[in-house]
Structures are given as C-alpha cells and as structure tokens.
Write a protein that binds this ligand. Structure first.
Ligand code: HEM
Length: 410
C-alpha cells in the first residue's frame, strides 16, 4: 500500500507511540488527505470537536459509492445495520429512547455496591496471583472480569456463556481497522454470525423466562409495542452493548495503569489521596486514549474552515478519520499535554466522543474504572511494572496492550 510520507499508520514505531506523529500532523497538516484510506486525517482538537457536532456529517452515507458492500460480509453488515453506533436520527433517537435509562448516571449509581465488590474480589485475586508467581497479567486477572461481569449481568448473559464474549468482541472490532487483512474480515464475519445466533437464542430464552435484564426488556418492548424495536435491532444493540461494555474499559485499565506506574510521583500522589481516583481515570483516558479515532462521512458538500485558517472542500460522501487521541494531546487546548497529571484540571478530553454518538456507557465506565483503581490501590499499594517489554496490539483504531505483567515492589 502506498504510504504518505508524513503518516505511516503501519510503521511499528508509530504503533508503539503514535503521539509524536500526531503532534507533527497537528502542526504541519492538521487535515491531511491520506490517499490509502481515501480519508481526511483530522488531528486538531477544535476541528475534531466542530466536526463531531456538525449534523451535516454522520456515521452513514449513501453518497459515497466507494463504501464497500461485500456480499460475504452480510452477517457483519446485519449486526451493524441497526446498531446505535452506525445509525442516524430518526432511527437513532427511537432506539436510544428504548434503552438509554439503563445507562443513566442515576441507574448506574445503583450498581456501585456490586462494582465495588467485584473490584475488591479481582484485586484480591491479582494479589494472590502475584504472591504465588511473583507477577501476573493485570488485564486478564484483574481488568477483564470487572466490566465483562457487569455488562453480562445488565444484559442477562448467563455466567457459563461469558468467556465467549471476549474472543467474539476482539474478532468483531477487527473490522473497524482500516489496515485489516482478509483473515481479519473473515474472523469478524464469523464472529458476527455466531454472536447474532447466540443473542437470538437468548431472546428466545428470555421470552419463555423473563428476567430483570436489558435483553428481556428489549424483547418485551418489541412484543408489546410493535414498531418500537425490530428483532434485528435488538440483536445488533445487544452485541454493541456487550462488546463496547468491556472492550475500552479493559484497555483504559491497561494503558492507564501502565502510565500511572511509569510515573511514580503521580502514583504516590494518588496513594496519598484516593479521592483523586476519579480525576486520575480521566487523565488515563486522555493520556493514552483507547479509541484513537472514529470515522464520519459528509452528508453534503461542505467548505470547512479549519483551525489553521485553511478552507477544506469536503464533497458529499467524504470520509474523515477524527482523531480523538490527537485532539486529547493538542497543545492549543491542553497545557503541557505530554505530561501525565492525575489532578489535571481542566481536562476536557474527548475519549468518549462528542455529539450524537457520545458514549452511552460513559457513567458506567467511569464508575468501573474509579472503583477498580481504588480497589487496586487499597489492596496492592506497591504495585509495579516488571522488566518485561510491553507490546501494543498493531491496530490503528483500538489502542491496547496485549498484556500488562505487574508485580509488587519491595
Ligand atoms: C472507558 C471506556 C469507554 C470508552 C473510552 C468509550 C468510548 C466511546 C466512544 C469514543 C464512542 C463514540 C464513537 C463515535 O464517536 O463514533 C462510544 C460510543 C458508544 N459506547 Fe462507549 N466507551 C467506553 C465504555 C462503554 C461502555 C461501558 C458501554 C456500555 C454499554 C459503552 C457503550 C457505547 C455505545 C452503545 C456507544 C454508541 C452510542 C451512540 O452511537 O449513540 N461504552 N464509546
């Protein structure tokens, strides 16, 4: 694939640390048209912010004839078609109304006791694993079980079925990567087909034996008020919630704990005052943003006046890669953006996006991460990185460590 000299998204050095490249792009080419992706790479905060709020752009477009529709991808396209993340009003409004109160701050606060107990349990498990083996993987032993259990309980996925959620999710998100291979696509399509079949089975079970969970609720809404939710939309959004409900939370625990443990002064500050856990979590999301960018398409021709004073012509159907991770490091908005400061204020990061598709799970994610961090600090105040090298997955959209071995310092 031809590479732009200023932007090489497959370069291992870029994948290991993309932030210096983003800084250069913000200065030299803040709206770079990147030919291999046929997309504008947008890296300044104020441009990303304005484009996310602009209703002349959206996740879907009929105007772009290049948008691939491979018939072999039908099972994947089916779970995208009704997913909140991939639709626009009025469908987006109708579906969001049917589910959103489950994720409101008030409802989420009711989960605090459950989340605290899970976080405490996993912190104890991590402490035991380190005591036995000298080190343990923070991601699999501590981070994954917390959001997987919470989102599975919210939707009503039985415990025995939960281990399958992680590999399905990892395969499905592979399709969002612009540098995906044919094998990645095949894995995503197979996972989408299996996951959809599983959710249909769950819907059948819930119809026979209704429970107090979101899948039961969506099924009941569908049966009582035809037209509110289609069956295919229930499948699509159950899969979206089950994937989004753990993927980025785990990645923030990984990227964020690595950053915290690499900054002993900040770690000491947190240990001295656990009330800073909430703002430490915000800084973790800003500093090493788990969802580096999301795409939008223009619905109509737009002459966009960019932050650097240039007017950029964006014909209908233009694809834009809006870099939340770069915006979160923009020196025009954040003071000393390369510094990791757990008490950074203000911290208007956009790791949860903005506008219509703003993350519905933000209150839940914040609660899981804050309580998780507090439990870690209470149980393992001397947590430390090992000497093992750390590896980020070679992805552009999802930034995550493949594992995070941790130990305790003497
Ligand atoms: C730290 C953890 C999380 C991060 C960083 C994150 C990030 C994001 C981002 C950036 C978006 C917007 C995508 C776009 O602009 O196109 C989004 C949307 C979404 N997120 Fe999250 N998310 C997190 C946790 C969660 C959780 C726990 C859930 C639980 C269900 C969730 C569910 C969703 C859903 C359903 C959407 C689509 C909303 C819509 O399109 O209206 N997320 N998330």
């Amino acid at each position: 694939m031809r590479q732009d000299p200023t932007f090489r998204p497959t370069d291992p050095a870029f994948l290991a640390n993309p932030y210096p490249t983003y800084a250069r792009l913000r200065d030299e080419a803040p709206m770079l048209h990147f030919e291999p992706w046929d997309a504008f790479v947008v890296t300044r905060y104020r441009d990303v912010d304005r484009l996310l709020r602009d209703r002349r752009l959206g996740r879907v477009t009929d105007a772009n004839p290049k948008r691939d529709r491979d018939p072999n991808h039908a099972p994947f396209d089916a779970i995208q078609a009704g997913s909140l993340l991939e639709i626009e009003p009025p469908d987006h409004t109708r579906i969001k109304q049917a589910v959103h109160d489950v994720f409101t701050p008030k409802h989420v606060r009711d989960l605090a006791v459950r989340i605290e107990s899970l976080a405490g349990r996993q912190a104890d498990t991590l402490a035991r694993a380190i005591a036995e083996d000298g080190q343990a993987d923070l991601l699999t032993v501590f981070a994954e079980p917390i959001p997987v259990t919470v989102i599975a309980e919210l939707l009503g996925v039985p415990e025995a079925d939960r281990p399958q959620l992680l590999p399905w999710s990892k395969s499905i998100i592979g399709m969002f990567e612009p540098e995906r291979t044919a094998q990645d696509e095949a894995n995503a399509v197979n996972a989408a087909a299996e996951f959809a079949e599983y959710v249909r089975h769950l819907m059948h079970v819930k119809r026979r034996d209704p429970q107090d969970d979101l899948i039961t609720r969506m099924v009941t809404t569908h049966d009582r008020e035809p037209g509110t939710l289609q069956e295919s939309e229930i499948v699509a959004n159950a899969i979206l919630f089950l994937n989004a409900g753990h993927e980025a939370v785990v990645n923030v625990f990984g990227n964020g704990m690595k950053a915290l443990l690499e900054h002993p002064d900040q770690h000491a500050k947190l240990k001295a005052n656990l009330d800073l856990a909430g703002s430490a979590v915000e800084e973790m999301m800003r500093f090493d943003t788990p969802l580096q960018f999301f795409e939008r398409f223009t619905h109509e021709d737009i002459a966009f006046e960019a932050d650097d004073g240039q007017t950029v012509e964006l014909p209908a159907g233009t694809k834009l890669a809006l870099y939340y991770a770069s915006a979160n490091h923009d020196e025009r908005v954040f003071e000393d953006p390369t510094a990791f400061k757990i008490d950074r204020s203000p911290n208007k990061h956009i790791a949860f996006g903005l506008g219509l598709h703003y993350c519905i799970g933000a209150p839940l994610a914040r609660l899981e991460l804050t309580r998780g961090l507090q439990a870690l600090e209470e149980t393992l105040p001397n947590l430390a990185l090992t000497d093992a090298p750390y590896q980020y997955a070679p992805k552009n959209v999802f930034r995550y460590l493949t594992e995070l071995p941790v130990t305790v310092s003497a």
